[in-house]
Design a protein around this ligand. Structure first.
Ligand code: ATP
Ligand code: MG
Length: 458
């Protein structure tokens, strides 16, 4: 075991050092493990602190006043201390992964070295003593971290067979950290697609999310494709490989490459936009049409893509709000903006897309045009963005809530409540989007009564 003292790490929070003293004074050990060690060794302040100890959960619960029994059966508790949350797990080993998913049994009563050996990758198999700063690094994690390599601890095939989630974790860490995957570890990724089916959709989703929020998701998605794992994660995306993108059949640029490029272009922190970019053309394979003049087209592909995205994200157990937002954006992505658009057209776009999504929609379309090298269209979209900002800054009415009348006002002039009234408000909004000066109580009430009398308006 190589132990080394690390003098130049970013300082640990004093709350962590104080908590560590509580452990040591009671005769227990405490090590920082996992992502926090990676961050510190890379000179970054960790976002959260995973810790390992020889104390069992019951003993930890006696040491601190505020402890949440997060996963006592697996040895994990969360200690709330001086404004921090520390995830503390008892040293353990795991045995007999009969379903490639979860260990059937965990065993406590082992030492830190044994605990490190059950961990997935060398960069995750280090432990830092909280008080004296000693690093335990039995698998060469520090060197792999410096060289930028994700390497399984032990025999990669066996480790993936034990727990198939590690397959996705390997790709996810490589993507997040922009690391290579060591050759044998990478080779062992092959053929793991079938075992991924044993993994709960939520866990696949969580790994996918981390990949998508990285700077360059395309890197991880290409790794998944190369290891033939894409079908197990998002088969709809796999179906886009080899399908020509654009109007020329042999452009050499397929829908898959286009989607990856768009995804990279979206701002990194916005999951919904990244998902929308990744999936915005997944309906193209089924809409592929060869025209009589030799060109190709994809009629209705925005709608088809939105439907497929809805299915795929539902299957991956995304929250309903995410599924709706992403499908909403995708269904509208074939936005054809021209400098000749009237202000009313801009207002209608905002109203239809929703103020929450209109900028995202423009971003999505812009990425779409940039990857197709349609520079002029991308510039036009910048102009559209500026017009949308100006419209919103002016406070032009955009939704029925902005109208100078509401349902109560309409009821007062004798219009029956119900779905009809909702439709009537929408119709008034459409008049106001055309010309915001119409947003006056008198005009709207008169117009509502007229429409109501008239009866059969669209
Ligand atoms: P991050 O929190 O940034 O995603 P992390 O390395 O802290 O990265 P966690 O999922 O929080 O990852 O897990 C903490 C540690 O637990 C890992 O560093 C690793 O040592 C171990 N670990 C987690 N999941 C597995 C697994 N499926 N197989 C083996 N070890 C694992
Ligand atoms: Mg962690």
């Amino acid at each position: 075991m190589s132990n080394s003292l690390l003098p130049d790490l970013p300082p640990l929070p004093s709350a962590l050092r104080r908590a560590a003293r509580v452990f040591y004074n009671a005769g227990f050990q405490l090590y920082l493990v996992g992502g926090a060690v990676r961050s510190l060794l890379s000179g970054r302040i960790p976002e959260d602190y995973d810790l390992a100890t020889d104390a069992v959960p019951q003993e930890v619960m006696k040491l601190f006043r505020r402890v949440i029994p997060t996963g006592v059966r697996h040895g994990t508790v969360t200690v709330l201390f001086n404004g921090y949350q520390f995830e503390i797990t008892t040293f353990r080993t795991e045995s007999t992964y009969s379903d490639a998913r979860r260990p059937d049994k965990v065993h406590f009563g082992v030492d830190i070295e044994t605990d490190l050996s059950r961990r997935d990758f060398t960069i995750n198999g280090m432990a830092l003593h909280v008080l004296d700063g000693t690093l335990l690094d039995p698998f060469g994690g520090r060197e792999d971290l410096q060289r930028g390599i994700v390497r399984a601890i032990g025999d990669p095939s066996r480790r993936f067979r034990e727990d198939a989630l590690r397959v996705l974790r390997a790709v996810r860490f490589a993507t997040q950290l922009d690391f290579d995957i060591a050759q044998q570890t990478r080779a062992a990724l092959f053929g793991q697609g079938a075992s991924l089916r044993a993994i709960a959709a939520e866990r696949i989703r969580d790994e996918l999310n981390k990949m998508l929020l990285a700077d360059r998701p395309s890197y991880g998605l290409a790794l998944l494709r190369d290891a033939e794992l894409l079908t197990a994660v998002i088969p709809e995306l796999h179906a886009c490989i080899g399908v020509p993108s654009g109007t020329v059949a042999d452009s050499g640029f397929d829908v898959f490459a286009h989607l990856l490029e768009c995804c990279d272009l979206m701002r990194p922190r916005e999951l919904e936009l990244r998902l929308a970019a990744l999936l915005h053309d997944i309906g193209k394979p089924m809409c592929f049409t060869r025209n009589s003049d030799g060109t190709i087209s994809f009629p209705e592909h925005a709608q088809r893509s939105a439907e497929l995205a809805h299915q795929a994200l539902g299957r991956l157990r995304y929250p309903n709000a995410t599924v709706s937002a992403v499908s909403h954006l995708i269904a509208r992505h074939s936005l054809h903006y021209g400098a000749d658009w009237s202000d009313a057209a801009v207002r209608r776009l905002i109203s239809e897309a929703g103020t929450k999504y209109v900028y995202g929609l423009i971003d999505l379309r812009r990425a779409d045009q940039v990857t197709k090298r349609h520079t002029r269209d991308a510039e036009l979209l910048d102009a559209l963005r500026a017009r949308v900002s100006a419209t919103l800054a002016r406070g032009d009415p955009i939704t029925t809530r902005d109208l100078a009348v509401n349902g109560d006002d309409l009821a007062e002039v004798g219009i029956a409540r119900g779905p009809q009234m909702g439709a009537l408000l929408e119709r008034l909004l459409s008049d106001v989007l055309q010309d915001p000066k119409r947003n006056q109580r008198d005009w709207l009430l008169e117009r509502a009564q007229e429409l109501n009398r008239f009866g059969s308006w669209p």
